[in-house]
Design a protein around this ligand. Structure first.
Ligand code: ADP
Ligand code: MG
Length: 330
């Protein structure tokens, strides 16, 4: 069995760019942020039995550990630059660690992020990453900037990851031609880094959807001190509906399902043409699904115009529904 130090040297030392003066191997990494930039920092942890299962594909787990962290930087309109990975391993299975490290490094390479350090220790299987990003001073997009009258937008095809999870837990049987797409959405989410950057100066508030659209939008509303109406007719239910063939199931996956790591954001009506064009430029759907209102609360405006309150509840690790069989959102 390799020692901790052999493991580090063989699998965790990866090429770094010029923004990293010193990477893995010393007591600290030395990072060189650009002048005029603010640092954005975030940590996300994945615990075996809570967020994933011991027999999950390690390369996918490595990718996802990096991706969910990068997603937090994307959600602020920042550029992810550096990341560290803290690993607790019950035993050293070197093939498993190698695959995990390759998956993690692949996501870092895809988004030009330097893997600059971490920690490796014996313990219950846990993966925790800390990501550092940059944004020009004062430009990061926070949750507290939405105002009544702003449009509400969501990127991508939200709901597919939740359907992938339901399939994995044996709760439903997805259409054969959608199964791989949904499982991929769950196992290898793409952090919306380019979209986040393009929304600087456009979005008034933003966050990534890890715990369900209704709940995560609820965080924006709470921080911004306003409410929202979502239009049922505008919800992008098509892909989820095609995958699971049940309107109720697709709706729940979209509104309550997490793990897609799409971005939900608010923007003034004057940005509509810009955002429609941006969707084309990024080849990423952007859906305008509702608007912010003065009155606190979250409502779904149904096809007949009637308004139904929506519970702005996402996944809560300590809530009554927190027994996930090892698949809670990170
Ligand atoms: P220290 O004893 O100072 O905490 P360690 O012996 O834990 O340092 O780690 C040695 C070097 O290996 C450090 O540069 C650390 O950042 C790096 N390292 C340890 N674990 C990992 C990991 N999982 N990923 C990347 N680098 C790691
Ligand atoms: Mg030291």
């Amino acid at each position: 069995m390799p020692s901790e130090f052999e493991l580090i040297a063989r699998h965790f030392v990866r090429p770094v760019g010029p923004r990293t003066r010193l990477g893995v191997g010393d007591d600290c990494a030395i990072l060189a942020p650009e002048p005029g930039q603010e640092l954005l920092v975030s940590t996300d942890m994945l615990v075996c039995g809570t967020h994933f299962l011991a027999d999950d594909d390690p390369a996918g787990l490595g990718w996802k550990t990096a991706a969910v962290n990068l997603s937090d930087i994307a959600a602020m309109g920042g550029t992810p630059r550096w990341i560290t990975l803290a690993l607790a391993l019950p035993t050293i299975d070197e093939a498993w660690v190698a695959a995990l490290a390759d998956g993690f490094a692949a996501c870092c390479a895809r988004y030009d992020v330097d893997w600059v350090g971490g920690d490796t220790t014996r313990g219950p299987l846990t993966l925790s990453a800390t990501v550092f990003g940059e944004a020009p001073r004062g430009t990061a997009i926070r949750r507290d900037g939405a105002g009544a009258g702003d449009d509400i937008w969501i990127s991508g095809r939200p709901g597919l990851a939740a359907l992938g999870l339901a399939q994995r837990l044996g709760q439903l049987e997805l259409a054969a031609d959608w199964r791989a797409t949904c499982l991929q959405a769950l196992a290898r989410p793409e952090p919306r880094v380019q979209l986040g950057l393009a929304l600087r100066g456009v979005a008034t508030a933003m966050q990534d959807v890890s715990d369900g659209l209704a709940g995560d939008l609820g965080h924006i509303l709470a921080r911004s001190g306003c409410g929202a109406q979502l239009d049922e007719a505008s919800l992008p239910l098509g892909p989820a509906l095609a995958a699971c063939d049940s309107a109720a199931c697709a709706r729940r996956a979209l509104l309550q399902g997490g793990d897609d790591y799409e971005l939900v954001f608010t923007a003034p009506a004057s940005a509509r043409a810009r955002l429609d064009a941006l969707a084309g430029e990024l080849a990423l759907p952007l859906h305008r699904i509702g608007r912010c209102v003065e009155e606190r609360g979250l409502w779904l405006v149904q096809h007949d115009g009637a308004q139904a309150p929506l519970t702005p509840r996402g996944f809560d690790h300590f809530g009554a529904e927190a027994d996930t069989g090892g698949a809670a959102p990170a």
